[in-house]
Design a protein around this ligand. Structure first.
Ligand code: PEP
Ligand code: MN
Length: 270
């Protein structure tokens, strides 16, 4: 195992990491947009969302198959069946697929079906999971713990990098604060700070960051203006039918607007 810090503190001479998946690039490229439902519920639900994502110019398709729910009685995801649906739809529409791995025991299963493995906010501190992901040859989307500092997030990334997997994408998804109107407080300081402190791509999740459908579009715009390398949003054709996170899931029209506005902001500024 590597004992030399690869990431934190960052040596200025290290080049910015760019991750290439098939023909798409993440980091130092045009914004990488990942969209799709919070949970995969059926083939049709995912396929319809994926068509909108593709038509609007997104490169990635998200969908949870293992869901970290607050209540043990809430829908826990379609698991293997969900991953099979995600893989099929991803191939049909040529989209880069992203799904969460909740438990080390499911790594092989998730690895076999997706292009990018997501570590959720609740698992950012799970060092044994991170160590296992360090052995993989696939990019990891690492979400910030909802009470984690930048240093803690970067040290979690370091667990993956030090195992030999240098393809880590950091994700700001909002933190717990005293504010109750929004589900979380989207910390856009993180975008600029993490880019200053590390060489990894940084993306933003305005869906979990706000918890409110009406706030997703403005915060996606702000994320790109702040220098984010992309955004990940919860989107499906009939958002109110979403089993999980319906309140923060946007519909096709809003998503199309988001894509147009992001492109304009990126072009104007970068
Ligand atoms: C998700 O992406 O659906 C999710 C559960 O995210 P987080 O881990 O950020 O809460
Ligand atoms: Mn969700």
């Amino acid at each position: 195992m590597n004992t030399r810090p690869l990431l934190f503190p960052w040596k200025e001479d290290k080049k910015k990491t760019q991750i290439t998946i098939r023909k798409e690039k993440i980091g130092n490229a045009k914004p990488f947009i990942i969209a799709g439902p919070c949970s995969i519920q059926s083939y049709d639900q995912l396929k319809n969302a994926a068509k909108i994502a593709k038509e609007s110019g997104a490169q990635g398709l998200r969908g949870g198959a293992f869901k970290p729910r607050s209540s043990p009685y809430a829908f826990q995801g379609l698991k293997k069946e969900g991953l099979e649906i995600l893989e099929k739809v991803g191939k049909e529409l040529d989209l880069i697929t992203v799904s969460e791995v909740l438990d080390s025991r499911d790594i092989d299963l998730v690895f076999d079906h997706v292009d990018i493995l997501q570590v959720g906010s609740r698992n950012m501190h799970n060092s044994s999971l991170l160590k296992e992901l360090g052995k993989l040859k696939k990019p990891i989307l690492l979400k910030r713990g909802f009470a984690a500092t930048y240093e803690e997030l970067l040290l979690s990334a370091e667990y993956i990098l030090s195992g030999g997997n240098e393809e880590v994408i950091l994700c700001e998804r909002g933190i717990r604060t005293f504010e109750t109107y929004t589900r979380n407080t989207l910390d856009l300081n993180a975008v600029a700070a993490l880019k200053e402190l590390s060489h990894l791509p940084v993306i933003v999740d305005p869906s979990h960051g706000t918890g409110k459908r009406s706030l997703v579009l403005p915060m996606a715009r702000a994320a790109i203006a702040a220098g984010a390398d992309g955004v990940i949003v919860e989107m499906q054709v009939d958002p109110e039918k979403s089993i999980s996170d319906a309140m923060q899931t946007i519909g096709p029209e809003e998503f199309k607007t988001m894509m147009q506005q992001i492109a304009k902001i990126h072009e104007a500024l970068f």
